[in-house]
Design a protein around this ligand. Structure first.
Ligand SMILES: Nc1ncnc2c1ncn2[C@@H]1O[C@H](COP(=O)(O)OP(=O)(O)OP(=O)(O)O)[C@@H](O)[C@H]1O
Ligand SMILES: [Mg+2]
Length: 407
């Protein structure tokens, strides 16, 4: 239906799309055709103008072509006014021409044959023009109606488009409003929940950051304290075991000495050779304790005084006696000092050797210290009756006190 060519221009100018002149004539014809009086009035004016023009041309044309100006008037009337006014123009044109231009002038009598033939020819030509004009006028009217319908449809569509645009505008505004509301809600949520949480987290981090140095120091102190506690626990365990090895009561002298010598060798880095029979058996509790303390004191003295890197311990059981020998390859003890140690009156400040001697004496045994001189090492020997007599209560208390001091 050629919508593109028509919609591309404003509706009021649709007729122009088919040609300006033709459009104007069609519009004029349509307006005139809508009123019968106007049609006839226009037709009357047209014939008057045509006759006046022909009269004006009379000096030039004379009797020649008396109907020449009526053809345009008939064509105009046929185009714009319809059949009736066209017929009126034709009839008035013939009568007027006869009266004004054809001899004898100012008479309505039938003209002579040549003029009569011209009259008939004009009448036929006018009829043809009227027929063609009516056809064109009807076609133009149909085109005009189609244009009007199209214009109406265009206007209707334009109104619909305007409504749609208006609705789209309202929808866009609504969407923008909702978008703003949603953004405002999300912003409020972020501020009230996440923001507050982050603020709290930030404060926590700031507090942690402020205390990080303190925490590091605290952690270091705790680590050191934990190490101290562990060391203290190990020391307490070791001290407890050293004060009185549980193996000594539970497993006997052999097991207790084996455990103690191994640990002492590890701590002192002294290579110790312990020789004790596997079937050594058990002795009395006081005897096992005395022998254990003698070995303990001798190894301690080797570590503290001899400078020896090796030591040898031999424990044997024969002739109803227990023999204990502790030897080192250290610097030895000079004779004078040995005498001082052995002498009870001029003894050294140390209580180790004196305590051993006293303990052994209480158990019926004896202690001997042998050294060949400077750099020849030291040998400490103890000899105890295998079945020791039960010591008196006082002696047991004294022996116990000596054991604690030596540990
Ligand atoms: N194996 C040894 N090698 C060299 N010198 C020794 C040895 N054993 C003991 N002595 C000497 O004998 C001295 C007396 O030893 P004793 O065990 O009685 O006392 P102490 O070890 O000095 O002190 P503590 O009362 O702590 O035992 C020591 O000061 C040391 O000079
Ligand atoms: Mg000592």
């Amino acid at each position: 239906m050629g919508r593109i060519n028509i919609i591309c221009v404003p509706p009021a100018d649709v007729s122009i799309c088919k040609g300006a002149n033709m459009g104007r004539l069609a519009v004029t014809s349509a307006r005139i055709s809508s009123n019968a009086a106007a049609r006839y009035s226009v037709a009357l004016c047209a014939v008057i103008v045509a006759l006046a023009a022909r009269c004006a041309l009379n000096p030039l044309l004379g009797d020649y072509l008396p109907y020449v100006t009526l053809y345009p008037a008939v064509a105009f009337a046929a185009w714009c006014c319809g059949i009736g006014p066209s017929a009126l123009v034709t009839l008035l044109g013939i009568v007027g021409t006869r009266y004004l231009l054809i001899s004898p002038k100012y008479s309505l009598s039938l003209p002579y044959a040549p003029q009569g033939a011209g009259m008939v020819a004009f009448a036929l030509g006018a009829a043809a023009i009227v027929a063609i004009g009516d056809f064109v006028r009807r076609d133009s009217a149909a085109l005009h109606r189609a244009q009007s319908d199209l214009e109406e449809k265009v206007q209707q569509r334009t109104a619909e488009l305007n409504d749609a645009n208006h609705n789209l505008g309202e929808l866009s505004a609504r969407l923008l409003h909702l978008q703003d509301e949603e953004r405002r809600r999300i912003a409020r949520e972020l501020h009230d929940s996440v923001g507050q949480t982050l603020a709290a987290l930030s404060m926590n981090l700031a507090a942690v950051g402020a205390d990080i140095e303190k925490l590091a120091k605290t952690a270091s102190i705790i680590t050191d304290s934990t190490a101290l506690v562990n060391d203290m626990s190990a020391d307490i365990r070791t001290i407890s075991y050293l004060l009185h090895p549980p193996l000594l009561d539970e497993a006997g002298l052999s097991s207790a000495l084996t455990w103690y010598v191994r640990g002492f060798a590890e701590r002192s880095k002294i290579d110790i050779d312990l020789q004790i029979p596997q079937d050594f058996g058990r002795l009395s509790r006081d005897l096992e304790t005395a022998i254990f303390r003698v070995v303990q004191e001798c190894l301690t003295n080797i570590h503290r005084h001899s400078g020896s890197t090796v030591a040898r311990i031999v424990i044997a059981h024969s002739d109803g006696h227990v023999h204990v020998e502790v030897e080192d390859k250290g610097k030895g003890i000079p004779q004078q000092k040995r005498s001082e140690i052995i002498s009870s009156s001029t003894g050294t400040p140390g209580v180790g050797i004196r305590g051993m001697r006293e303990r052994l004496r209480q158990l019926g045994g004896a202690l001997d210290i042998h050294s060949d001189g400077e750099g020849k090492g030291t040998i400490v020997t103890a000899r105890l009756p295998a079945i020791a007599p039960p010591p008196p209560m006082e002696a047991r208390s004294a022996a116990a006190g000596s054991l604690e001091a030596s540990a």
